[in-house]
Ligand binder design. Structure first.
Ligand SMILES: [Zn+2]
Length: 409
């Protein structure tokens, strides 16, 4: 049995808005065994003196694409699967070393990557997956040029984020296949998108009947649907059809945000990706049709955060960065912080993320029985969210499931 006892520092409990001092945390194997304000006797445990540093739960990003090694998603999908998997391994390791001990993949990652992490073949965060995202023909997941009507989307390859499925029967079958293959939730493209050639932002993806059919399939399997969405019309329609996880939401309006909150939905804004696409997208192969669409969604980003916050719609932390743009990951912290207090931003990447991953009480918290996913950080993230930035530079300790992946203590 491997066992660690953390003492002598501060404790960040996302349920409280201030750090606590004098807390002792005992880890046994992959779990947190005990949390106490009194000294814990654990003679066989290795004692770790935090020396005034802060112990906090590992972070959760609810919108990543770990197989997106390139900004050009059509080329990415065509890569040999062996190459795509090895590229994903590098992205996963980088996510973990930024302090993200759980990520929810919103299109692309398969059960093989989940297994590779669980079996210890590669170092990466806990991986919650949708499998391939479902897109209608001509929708956000259809990367084919206008003149390309060949029925080839490379969706069987590791590097593909999406698969095409049309019609109520078609989407049911696709959802069932993804769930059978290990999807933890089902992702659909229900609105136009930036990184795809033929779908304007305002385009609605899928008919109501198709969306409702996927929602039914997901609910039959005990899970939910996440939908790619920007416009108010698309979001309102998705909420009415029973979609639970609302990705992006850049153009949401107050009434829809209130209705989404009432329906118990969770939003996942991903503002950093539009900043990164605007500054570097073209350099990394984003097509001219896509570049033209960025501003439509980028300029309303901060306003959308404010609208969702005022409506009481919970927001998880997301980033949605593609390929080399992942280097901007930590910028999402400061973007959020412009609208939300630090305690809310951190709750989005812990408590709310845990809920959306259906791992409430097991991740995003330091409590007995939870996975020992822990970060040791220099300083107080409530006072300075910058300690979560810098790609892990201010994190001398990163532990996932009771195993140290970084230990400079
Ligand atoms: Zn995405």
């Amino acid at each position: 049995m491997t066992s660690y006892l953390f003492t002598g520092g501060y404790w960040l409990d996302p349920q409280r808005s201030e750090l606590l001092e004098g807390v002792h945390v005992l880890v046994e194997n992959d779990r947190i065994k005990e949390v106490s304000d009194r000294p814990i006797v654990a003679s066989s445990a290795e004692h770790i003196d935090l020396a005034g540093k802060t112990l906090m739960p590992g972070l959760i990003d609810c919108h990543v694409h770990v197989v997106a090694a390139l900004v050009d998603l059509a080329t990415n999908a065509m890569a040999p699967s062996s190459l795509a998997a090895l590229r994903a391994a590098r992205i996963l390791k980088e996510l973990l070393m930024r302090g993200f001990t759980t990520v929810r993949d919103a299109g692309g990652a398969d059960h093989g990557l989940v297994r590779a992490i669980e079996d210890g073949l590669i170092a990466g965060p806990r991986l919650v997956i949708s499998g391939k995202a479902l897109s209608q023909t001509g929708g956000h997941g259809d990367g084919r040029a206008r003149s390309n009507n060949r029925d080839i989307s490379f969706s069987e390859r590791v590097g593909a984020l999406c698969r095409l499925a049309d019609g109520v029967d078609g989407v049911r079958k696709a959802a069932r296949e993804e769930i059978k293959a290990g999807a933890d939730f089902v992702k659909i493209m229900a609105n136009g998108g930036v990184a795809s050639p033929n779908d304007p932002i305002h385009a609605l993806g899928y008919s109501r009947d198709e969306i409702k059919a996927v929602v039914e399939e997901a609910e039959n399997a005990g899970t939910y649907v996440a939908a790619h969405l920007y416009t108010d019309e698309a979001i309102a329609r998705a909420v009415e059809c029973g979609v639970h996880s609302l990705e992006h939401c850049n153009l949401i309006q107050p009434e829809t945000a209130r209705r989404a909150a009432k329906a118990g939905a969770i939003a996942v804004p991903t503002l950093v990706t539009y900043e990164a696409l605007a500054s570097d997208g073209k350099t990394f192969g984003l097509g001219p049709e896509s570049v033209a669409k960025i501003e439509t969604v980028r300029k309303s980003g901060l306003a959308s955060l404010d609208i969702m916050r005022s409506a009481g719609l919970p927001m998880a932390f997301g980033s949605d960065l593609l390929g080399p743009l992942q280097r901007y990951h930590c910028m999402e912290w400061e973007i959020r912080r412009r609208v939300q207090p630090a305690v809310e931003v951190i709750a989005s990447a812990t408590l709310i993320g845990a809920k959306l991953c259906k791992l409430e009480g097991r991740i995003g918290t330091i409590a007995p029985g939870a996975f020992a996913d822990l970060l040791v950080v220099d300083g107080d993230p409530y006072r300075d969210i910058g300690v979560l930035q810098g790609d892990g530079a201010h994190m001398p300790g990163i532990m996932k499931g009771g195993v140290f992946y970084k230990r400079a203590l």
